[in-house]
Design a binder for this molecule. Structure first.
Ligand SMILES: NC(=O)C1=CN([C@@H]2O[C@H](COP(=O)(O)OP(=O)(O)OC[C@H]3O[C@@H](n4cnc5c(N)ncnc54)[C@H](O)[C@@H]3O)[C@@H](O)[C@H]2O)C=CC1
Ligand SMILES: O=C(O)C1=N[C@H](C(=O)O)C[C@H](O)C1
Length: 226
């Protein structure tokens, strides 16, 4: 049985992940965490998210160390917010719990800190800005087109729901990173005023609104298409 703890348990992703864990025969939710001071602390997580009683009480971030020591999960899944995730990862890794990190919006320093924590504590970790299979295939398509359509200008557009806390999305930044590692380009985040397009520019544009789950568009624009 794989014992799983989820941080961000009552968030949009946390709820879906807990539902998915409960559908697996070889997985068991052993702990769920929310931010410090959360009003539902101590309540049954299953009841909070409409799954019926699961026998797992909602814990808060300040209880994480003790709860991980008590419940001894095999895997710690974090879909929270960048500042919280850095700290959560430290506590989980120090308790020798393997990691799945889906949180986005990290600074370069935070990414470095997370990697150092993982290395220092010698835990396994899967870190991805996007776990959708289709999007991971899309990454390969972008890599191929960047190499193949050498003379084309590239622009990235992403749109997400109004609640998203980081921009551009982790996925858009990952796409930009893939392009950058295959072509000598400079990233430009939005454009306004005098900003004639340079030859080696890649524009990254973030839109927010409604409950859009997450759309990513990569435009390869060439001459002579009329
Ligand atoms: N890698 C991927 O495939 C995906 C990644 N994401 C990322 O996952 C993160 C969460 O997204 P959503 O669920 O939409 O956000 P959300 O805002 O609905 O949920 C985040 C939850 O984390 C909780 N939280 C805050 N601090 C915490 C702490 N210290 N410990 C435990 N919980 C804490 C919040 O109270 C909230 O309930 C974002 O960074 C988002 O970009 C979202 C979707 C897919
Ligand atoms: O916050 C979201 O919703 C999403 N975040 C991830 C990102 O920042 O790329 C993945 C997906 O686009 C949904």
């Amino acid at each position: 049985m794989i014992k799983v703890a989820v941080a961000g348990a009552l968030g949009r992703m946390g709820r879906e992940i807990i539902k998915a864990i409960c559908e697996q025969e070889d997985m068991k939710l052993v702990a769920g965490f929310e931010r410090k001071g959360h009003e539902d602390r101590g309540k049954d997580i299953g009841e909070l998210i409409g799954l019926g009683t699961l026998g797992v009480k909602l814990s808060t971030a300040d209880e994480m160390d003790n709860v991980l020591k008590e419940t001894k999960p095999d895997v710690f899944v974090d879909f929270t917010i960048a500042d919280a995730c850095v700290n959560n990862v430290k506590i989980a890794a120090e308790n020798k719990v393997n990691l799945v990190i889906g949180t986005t919006g990290f600074t370069e320093e935070q990414k470095k800190e997370i990697l150092e924590t993982i290395e220092k504590n010698n835990v396994a970790a899967v870190i991805s800005e996007n776990f959708a299979i289709g999007v991971n295939i899309f990454f390969k398509v972008v890599e191929f087109l960047t190499k193949y359509l050498k003379d084309y200008d590239i622009e990235i557009i992403e749109m997400h729901h109004r609640y998203k806390k980081d921009a551009p999305s982790g996925t858009a930044l990952k796409i930009a990173e893939i392009i950058k590692s295959n072509r000598d380009v400079e990233l430009v985040f939005g454009r306004y005023g005098k900003c004639e397009r340079k030859e080696n520019e890649v524009g990254v544009h973030a839109l927010r609104g409604g409950d859009v789950v997450g759309d990513h568009i990569v435009i390869f624009a060439g001459d002579g298409r009329g």
